[in-house]
Write a protein that binds this ligand. Structure first.
Ligand code: FDA
Length: 391
């Protein structure tokens, strides 16, 4: 550990943001380790040579933010394409635009409602359960957008996402179901969005390019046989830990629950299979939730893509075991309570900052994780690296 001022566990966006800031602002010598064989964490992507598609290896990643500090920060390391995210869904042999908007409504009801008429219609249908307190997800969905739209577009999709009958899911899973009473089907409402011009991995490499940053891959922080492990490091060198918080404490209080996603790859001998990057499947007879056609994220690269083949990943979701990739926190009240007990222990670890989605048991989008890393760097990590009292 000679010559290391900060150890960062995890080369995802949280860890790389902290490493970059520490090198630049405190001139700290940073060692970043990751158990995987690549940097970038879940935002990692690589090129599929056969089709010329950039495959997001841990599921589709679209960058979007309204936070000027984050936007300025990420633009130091990459430019962004003009990609605008739009999603479609297949229901009973028809394709509809999402999120539910006036186009979806008019197509579904074979109508030409004006925004006011559509609003009145949906309010009337949502009133079906007026006065009752929704006890499960179905009732909640109906009370938000009415039975016809809920049952067509939300019910079975959510059942597949949770692998559970929505009648058995808590109402609290959905807070709101946005319905737009115009034809705007831009998925994100943020000020800025786009995809990194030369791909996610090039972006992440530039974040780690400072000569003060050393990246060591295929290195598990809990493998006592390698030198940079928890027992050897904690208390001696400041640590930023972005792995699972329960794993850090050897699951002493029990396992935090996550959902994982299985990806099933399909190749088609044609230029374009869906005509869009993301197609959801709203019905129960299609076992997967959605299909991602990666070529279509980068239409600006058409001339270097193979017109004779396209690659699609179909996603299905299930409960994660310890050996699976943890993707979405289940976040029941019991999970939150367990997390708070872990967070209390984490607060007592000497010189260790827990961060990122795994370290704080939270679903974060990329812009949120970058923002939380910048804030944690300002408030907690920079002072640790620059203190002059010798402690
Ligand atoms: P991340 O998981 O990326 O990094 C943590 C790193 O720690 C990993 O590389 C891991 O290998 C390493 N690690 C863990 N344990 C270790 C150990 N014991 N020793 C060493 N290393 C260890 N966001 C968005 O803005 N737009 C989007 O479209 C999407 N889409 C999306 C789809 C899916 C399916 C998921 C699950 C998530 C998204 N996201 C997203 C969210 C995005 O993935 C997320 O914000 C960032 O990846 C979080 O970065 P972190 O650094 O927190 O974790």
């Amino acid at each position: 550990l000679d010559g290391v001022d900060l150890v960062v566990v995890g080369a995802g966006l949280y860890g790389l943001t902290v490493a970059q800031q520490a090198a630049e602002r405190a001139r700290a010598r940073v060692l970043v380790i990751d158990v995987r064989g690549h940097i970038g964490g879940n935002a990692y992507s690589s090129m599929d040579e056969r089709t010329g598609a950039e495959i997001h290896r841990y599921g589709a990643h679209l960058f979007h933010t309204s936070n000027p500090r984050v936007w300025d920060y990420v633009n130091r390391f990459t430019s962004f394409t003009r990609y605008t995210h739009r999603v479609y869904t297949t229901h009973r042999g028809e394709v509809y635009p999402l999120p539910i908007n006036l186009g979806t409504i008019n197509q579904f009801f074979h109508a030409h409602y004006t925004p006011r008429q559509a609003k009145e219609l949906i309010a009337g249908q949502a009133g079906e359960l007026a006065g009752s307190d929704p006890s499960n997800l179905n009732d909640k969905g109906v009370s938000l957008i009415g039975r016809p739209l809920y049952e067509a577009f939300i019910k079975n999709y959510t059942a597949k996402q949770w692998d559970t009958d929505p009648a058995d899911l808590p109402a609290g899973i959905i807070k709101r179901l946005p319905v737009r009473f115009d034809y705007d089907n831009r998925y994100f409402k943020d000020t800025w969005e786009g995809l990194p011009v030369d791909g996610y991995t090039a972006w992440m490499r530039r974040m780690a390019a400072d000569p003060l940053i050393r990246v060591q891959l295929d290195t598990d922080f809990f493998d006592a046989s390698q030198p940079v492990n928890r027992d050897a490091v904690v208390g001696r060198v400041p640590v930023v830990y972005t792995g699972p918080v329960d794993r850090y404490f050897d699951y002493a209080l029990g396992d935090l629950k996550w959902r994982t996603v299985d990806f099933d790859e399909v190749r088609y001998p044609e230029a374009d299979h869906y005509g869009c990057p993301v197609m959801n499947f709203a019905d129960p007879d299609t076992p997967y939730t959605r299909a991602i056609e990666f070529k279509n994220f980068n239409p600006e690269r058409r001339s270097s893509q193979n017109p004779g083949e396209t690659v699609v990943w179909r996603e299905s979701s299930r409960a994660a075991g310890r050996g699976d990739e943890p993707y979405y926190p289940v976040n029941t009240a019991a999970d939150r309570a367990l997390y708070h007990r872990y967070a209390a222990k984490a607060g007592e670890e000497p010189g260790v900052v827990f961060g990122g989605r795994l370290g704080t048991y939270a679903y974060y989008d990329m812009h949120q994780v970058i923002n939380s890393a910048l804030v944690a760097y300002d408030k907690r990590i920079h002072p640790m690296l620059t203190r002059t009292d010798g402690q």
